[in-house]
Design a binder for this molecule. Structure first.
Ligand code: HEC
Ligand code: HEC
Length: 181
C-alpha cells in the first residue's frame, strides 16, 4: 500500500470511529418502559391493552368487492361477510353452496379453482371431488379488516400478468422450472 493510500485509509477509519463514538453518546438517552414496545404501554403489564382489531366487511356475498391478491397465486381474501357461516363442520360447509363450480356461476361467485380438485401429494386428478385437505376453507382464506398497522408493511407483491391480481393459475404454473429426469 502506498503512503498516500494508507493516509486515506487512516482518515476513513478515524471518521468511522468518530461517527460510532457519536452514535454511542446519542444512544445514552434511555427509553422508558412505555416507549420500548410497539403498543406504547409499559412492557411489564399489558393486561389492559387490547390490540386494535377493526371491523370485518358487512357486505353480503354478491355485494362485496373482490380484493386484489397479495402476490401471484396467493389465496384470495374473503371480501364478504361470513357471519353465520362458521364453524365449517364435517356435515356442513356453507361455502360450498356458492363456490362449488356447478353453483358458482348462478350465484355470481368465483368458482373453486382446479387446484382444489387435485391431490398435490399423489398428483391425482380427483375428477371434480374436492380434496379433503381443502375442506376447511378458512384455514387459508380469511376475511379482512381495515386497521392502521402499527408498523408499516412495505411488501409489494409481483405479478407477471395483470390479471393475476384477481385470478389464479396455480394449476398451470405449479411445476414451472421443475424438470423431471
Ligand atoms: C351466498 C353465496 C356465498 C357464500 C355462502 C360464500 N361466498 Fe364467497 N363469494 C361469493 C361471491 C358472490 C363472491 C364475489 C364477491 C361478491 O360479489 O361479493 C365471493 C368471493 C369470495 C372470495 C374471493 C375470491 C376472489 O378470487 O377474489 C373468497 C376467497 C370467498 N368468497 C370465500 C368464501 C368462503 C371461505 C366462504 C365460507 C366461509 C364463502 N366464500 C361463502 C358468494 C358466497
Ligand atoms: C390449503 C389452503 C387452501 C384451502 C384449505 C382452500 N384454498 Fe382456496 N385457494 C388457495 C390458494 C393458494 C389459492 C390461489 C391459487 C390457486 O388457485 O390454487 C386459492 C384460490 C381460491 C379461489 C380463487 C379462484 C380463482 O380462479 O381466482 C377460490 C374461489 C377459492 N380458493 C375458494 C376456496 C374454498 C371455497 C375453499 C373451501 C372449500 C378453499 N378455497 C380452500 C388455498 C386454499
Amino acid at each position: 500500500m502506498s503512503a498516500k493510500k494508507s493516509i486515506l485509509v487512516g482518515a476513513v477509519i478515524a471518521i468511522v470511529m468518530a461517527i460510532t463514538a457519536e452514535g454511542v453518546i446519542a444512544q445514552t438517552k434511555t427509553l422508558t418502559d412505555e416507549e420500548l414496545g410497539i403498543r406504547k404501554e409499559t412492557i411489564y403489564d399489558e393486561g389492559t391493552v387490547k390490540p386494535e382489531h377493526g371491523e370485518y366487511s358487512r357486505e353480503t356475498p354478491g355485494k362485496s368487492k373482490r380484493i386484489e391478491r397479495s402476490f401471484e397465486n396467493s389465496p384470495p381474501l374473503i371480501p364478504h361477510d361470513i357471519t353465520g357461516m362458521l364453524p365449517i363442520a364435517e356435515t356442513n360447509n356453507i361455502c360450498l353452496g356458492c363456490h362449488m363450480p356447478d353453483a358458482a356461476r348462478s350465484m355470481g361467485a368465483v368458482p373453486i379453482p382446479k387446484s382444489h380438485f387435485m391431490d398435490f401429494e399423489t398428483k391425482k386428478d380427483l375428477k371434480g371431488k374436492l380434496d379433503g385437505k381443502r375442506y376447511n376453507c378458512v384455514q387459508c382464506h380469511v376475511p379482512q379488516t381495515e386497521t392502521a398497522p402499527p408498523v408499516k408493511n412495505v411488501f409489494k407483491g409481483e405479478f407477471r400478468e395483470k390479471k393475476g391480481k384477481f385470478r389464479s393459475n396455480l394449476i398451470d404454473t405449479l411445476n414451472e422450472g421443475v424438470t423431471a429426469e
